[in-house]
Design a protein around this ligand. Structure first.
Ligand SMILES: [Zn+2]
Ligand SMILES: [Zn+2]
Length: 330
């Protein structure tokens, strides 16, 4: 089978490797699509000696069933989950493998076949095509978990920092949730334009406008009530605190690093949100369906596996020309 390998800095090759076979409790999946995630930044690093195949937003069709499996049959359409918990700890037992201290990240999406434990596969609705289906795990799961962990009121003035694919989905979901004032921020003008098309009420480019002053002016002088951030940059972090009002809440998806000048009187609630839990999958599908959200609006390109290097180049080197990019295995 064909599989993508990380062979050097900004370099992926497609080579012929052995097809895997499913062990007990596992399925062999014929991969149909896999989206490039904003976290696939390994691409810009040096490859290690035996770099495994990456890609964790995949979909496919059950090709073979391992011993003891009961959940799916050959030919079933599936969406893949990327976090495999130990199954024994309190977090795993509570249905939150994302908090498991021994979790493993499962990839293998950029190849023709891959093996998954049955706990890592969800059923894909028949009426959803495989391009859209590649957005049904990570891409919608992350912003919707953010919406659960930090619930906005309809009258809140809400900022979304970073308008890559997930930031744009956050904006669409906030809109669908009924939030009346949404302000989108990004340093790429094309993404601000896209945000306006998708329902942002105001957009700000922090490179050309002081974001703190602009947000305060749009929010009656005090600042935003809530902010959702996909930007990991110390200056942006400071600005997010300074542009929210006293008592506001901030939800981050990307971690924090750097040096901050944040005063002790900045009373804020900081909410951390990571990936999504398996139990949320069905609820997420219903949210998208009930609100008639067209996820393809954030797909900018579809590339075949053979052109994966070009796809990564476009995703990470040309943010003004790309949003979500989906790789197809056919
Ligand atoms: Zn991801
Ligand atoms: Zn565990």
């Amino acid at each position: 089978m064909k599989a993508a390998y990380h062979s050097g800095k900004r370099e992926i090759i497609v080579k012929e490797v052995d097809k895997p076979s499913p062990g007990p409790g596992e399925y062999l999946v014929k991969i149909k699509t896999c989206s490039i995630c904003g976290s696939d930044t390994w691409w810009a690093n040096e490859a290690s000696a035996d770099e495994p195949v990456h890609g964790h937003e995949s979909t496919g069709i059950i090709e073979a069933c391992g011993d003891g499996t009961t959940k799916f049959k050959t030919g079933d359409r599936v969406v893949c989950y990327a976090i495999f918990g130990c199954g024994k700890c309190a977090y795993c037992k509570a249905g939150v493998p994302t908090n498991c201290q021994n979790k493993k990240f499962v990839e293998g999406g950029f190849q023709e076949y891959s093996v998954f434990n049955e706990n890592l596969l969800f059923s894909c609705p028949d009426d959803v095509d495989f391009i859209t289906a590649s957005l049904l795990s990570d891409a919608i799961g992350v912003p919707l978990r953010g919406l659960r962990r930090l619930r906005p009121e309809k009258d809140d003035k809400v900022c979304v920092w970073g308008l890559g694919p997930l930031g744009l989905l956050q904006l669409m979901f906030l809109k669908a949730h009924g939030v009346k004032t949404i302000i989108g921020l990004d340093t790429v003008d094309e993404r601000l334009q896209k945000a306006r098309e998708l329902g942002a009420d105001h957009t700000i480019n922090p490179l050309t406008q002081d974001p703190v002053a602009a947000i305060k002016e749009l929010c009656g002088g005090l600042g935003a009530d809530k902010a959702y951030t996909y930007v990991r940059h110390s200056k942006a972090t400071e600005n997010i605190f300074k542009s929210t009002r006293e008592g506001a809440s901030i939800c981050t998806f990307v971690g924090l690093d750097g040096h901050y000048e944040l005063q002790e009187w900045y009373e804020r609630t900081l909410v951390w949100s990571f990936y999504f839990t398996p139990d949320e999958y069905e609820e997420n599908l219903n949210f998208v369906k009930d609100n008639k959200i067209d996820l393809k609006k954030i797909v900018s390109d579809i590339f075949p596996l053979e052109r994966i290097n070009e796809a990564f180049m476009k995703r990470f080197e040309k943010p003004n020309e790309s949003l979500k990019i989906v790789i197809t295995m056919d």
